[in-house]
Design a protein around this ligand. Structure first.
Ligand SMILES: Cc1cc2nc3c(=O)[nH]c(=O)nc-3n(C[C@H](O)[C@H](O)[C@H](O)COP(=O)(O)OP(=O)(O)OC[C@H]3O[C@@H](n4cnc5c(N)ncnc54)[C@H](O)[C@@H]3O)c2cc1C
Length: 464
């Protein structure tokens, strides 16, 4: 008899799991599966709209090229020719410092200065920080410390100004969270290794660059010509329509007599195994019968965020500074954390006579503004762009996308918590978890965790 598997959650991770199941089924493994998705839209936070001939991303706009799983999946799905690279030749980014946009100096790799002259000439740092940067270059290797926050780690190397002006805004744009909370071990494990091997992060980065200098530099970000939804649409096109149960919110997932019960809308359906690919807070509710697992899942915090997209005409496009956009340190007291000049960052996003600015609001500001109307939010963002960029023109269109508790925060203690979760799940045959809460926040990691969840279930279900 075919084994029945339920996938709960139809975002990137859930669809990736479903596609893995479909491949195994096509190869002859006797399985049947369904995908439950609470909303009507499949793809989770990936959602692309076409407005005024522009490609508008409501959620993720790209993924890190160095993480292979999403691009590999696209190639497998036959849309490899649709992958596009960020226009890295245009990769100038600005930081708002004392209300002025300052270009991030050449050689600043993430939050590590690797070229001293441009760093010294930049108005981004005070003399005190510049002195710390020189001293950091001479730091000897350090034994591994107890886990600490990104802020604590960066402050120890370069001082608080580097946290406020660089680390926090960079992480704010990725996690919508704060460097004071996020764990350096979970978020930047490479930096921790560099510190133990070299001491100085600057010297470590330069050494890493030398070691990889034979290969042509890869573009930082990858996306798809028609937007990120091209990937989730391609995934869905490989799955039979009848597997999708959209608009069905699962209430509970329970083991009983060697089976898994999936309960929704007062009905109970029986399965042999379940992939839970929802955010961890939703997974905690589903497995509330397993108290220890539920408690660990509940402890993974999430932040809410909003993306606000504004379309402008060619005059604005010509007037904008060159580059990918700008970041806004929290210390500047603004509402937005980042603004991307989408038409510059990727090809195929806007016709020549359009400019697209996509702004990101995260953390406590997003929470405070969440209940405001889309008009109010768009007006607030327009006001910010006016004061930062001097942009007086009215946008041709605006869109506001609200994401309630969609970004997991890898806070101090995250790696140990995930180890405990993995061990609990390993002891529970027929259960697997996937998604952005555990071992990587980005789209490629969600693709990978969907695949790994199915690998685990296949082992669990294999005849002994
Ligand atoms: C605004 C934003 C921008 C981002 N930008 C990027 C980016 O540019 N690059 C990048 O790599 N990553 C980005 N990320 C992170 C990355 O996109 C996400 O981590 C990833 O897409 C999440 O996929 P997922 O499947 O884990 O979760 P989701 O996409 O959140 O999908 C989970 C699904 O589960 C469903 N669900 C929840 N509860 C239930 C239930 N009880 N029953 C049934 N269904 C349920 C939800 O409706 C949802 O569709 C961004 C995230 C956000 C929020």
């Amino acid at each position: 008899m075919a084994k029945r598997i339920a996938v709960v959650g139809g975002g990137t991770a859930g669809l990736s799991a479903a596609y893995s199941l479909q491949k195994r089924k096509s190869a002859g493994t006797p399985i049947e599966f369904v995908v439950y998705e609470a909303g009507q839209h499949l793809g989770g936070v990936i959602r692309t709209e076409r407005i005024d001939d522009c490609v508008i991303e409501a959620g993720p706009d790209s993924f890190l090229t160095e993480k292979p799983w999403a691009a590999d999946l696209c190639r497998e799905l036959g849309i490899g020719d649709q992958l596009i690279s960020s226009n890295d030749a245009e990769r100038k980014t600005y930081m708002l410092v004392n209300a002025r946009l300052v270009p991030i100096p050449d050689g600043l790799m993430f939050m590590v200065p690797t070229k001293l002259l441009p760093t010294f000439l930049s108005p981004m740092f005070s003399l005190g920080t510049k002195a710390r940067i020189v001293r950091e270059w001479l730091s000897p290797p350090k034994p591994k410390n107890a886990e600490m926050s990104v802020a604590g780690f960066v402050e120890r190397h370069y001082g608080r100004e580097m946290v406020d002006r660089v680390a926090d805004p960079l992480l704010g744009g990725v996690y919508g969270g704060s460097a004071d909370q996020l764990s350096v071990d979970a978020v930047l494990p490479r930096f921790v290794q560099m510190e133990t091997k070299y001491g100085s992060l600057g010297r470590a980065m330069v050494a890493a660059r030398k070691n990889s200098s034979s290969a042509a530099p890869r573009p930082l970000f990858t996306s798809l010509k028609s937007g990120m939804q091209q990937m989730t649409n391609a995934l869905m096109s490989r799955l039979p329509k009848e597997v999708f149960r959209s608009g069905v919110r699962v209430d509970a997932v329970k083991p009983e007599s060697g089976k898994w019960l999936v309960i929704h809308d007062g009905r109970t359906e029986e399965f042999d195994a379940v992939v839970i690919a929802t955010p961890a807070h939703a997974a905690a509710v589903l497995v509330s019968a397993q108290a220890e697992l539920a408690t660990e899942l509940t402890a993974i915090p999430y932040t809410s965020s909003m993306t606000v997209v504004l379309g402008y005409d060619e005059a604005v496009r010509a007037a904008l500074p060159p580059g990918f956009g700008f970041l806004v340190p929290r210390t500047e007291g603004r509402k937005i954390l980042a603004a991307t000049f989408v038409h510059n960052k990727f090809p195929h996003r806007a016709p020549e006579n359009r400019a697209i600015i996509r702004c990101f609001i995260g953390g406590s500001v997003a929470e405070q503004m969440f209940e405001q109307s889309e008009n109010e939010i768009a007006n607030a963002v327009e006001g910010e762009l006016k004061s930062i960029l001097g942009l007086g023109a009215a946008p041709l269109f605006t869109r506001v996308y609200k994401w309630r508790k969609a970004m997991a925060q890898y806070t101090v203690g995250h790696s140990a918590r995930v180890d405990r979760i993995k061990s609990l799940v390993a002891q529970t045959p027929g259960l697997a978890l996937a998604g952005n809460a555990y071992s990587g926040i980005g789209v490629p990691d969600c693709v990978r965790t969907g695949q790994e969840a199915v690998d685990k279930l296949m082992v669990d279900l294999a005849p002994r």
